[in-house]
Design a protein around this ligand. Structure first.
Ligand code: SF4
Ligand code: SF4
Length: 109
């Protein structure tokens, strides 16, 4: 049986990040999941050790490497909380957003 490289296979997408979900067959950053989020992650920059766990585990790939920590693009964040669960220093906390906070649409910034 021939082996297929998922990055060059027909239908494969090119991703700006290298994460757990990079072999998915469509570009995840086209889905603006932030509009229906009920919680959003906040990074406590002082607690971040730049380990990259959140970047690797975010299923929407909306976490990217920054200068001293990993910023989150809330436009594509669906509020699943995986980043907060995986962070070994509890540098990411989930807070209420959108309907859960004040009944408004989720914060996109
Ligand atoms: S909550 Fe965290 S892991 Fe989930 S989509 Fe948002 S940034 Fe990614
Ligand atoms: S998992 Fe936590 S400590 Fe590691 S880079 Fe992300 S925010 Fe920083």
């Amino acid at each position: 049986m021939a082996l297929v490289d998922p990055k060059t296979a027909p239908g494969a997408a090119t991703f700006p990040t290298e994460a757990s979900w990079s072999d998915a067959s469509k570009d995840l950053l086209c889905l603006t999941t932030g509009s229906w989020r009920t919680e959003k992650p906040i990074v406590v920059v002082e607690k971040c050790t730049y380990c990259g766990q959140c970047y690797l585990f975010c299923p929407t790939q909306c976490i990217t490497p920054g200068e001293t920590y990993f910023p989150i693009d809330l436009t594509y964040c669906k509020g699943c909380g995986i980043c907060a669960k995986e962070c070994p220093t509890q540098a990411i906390v989930m807070v209420a957003d959108g309907d859960e906070a004040d009944g408004s649409p989720a914060d996109q910034t």
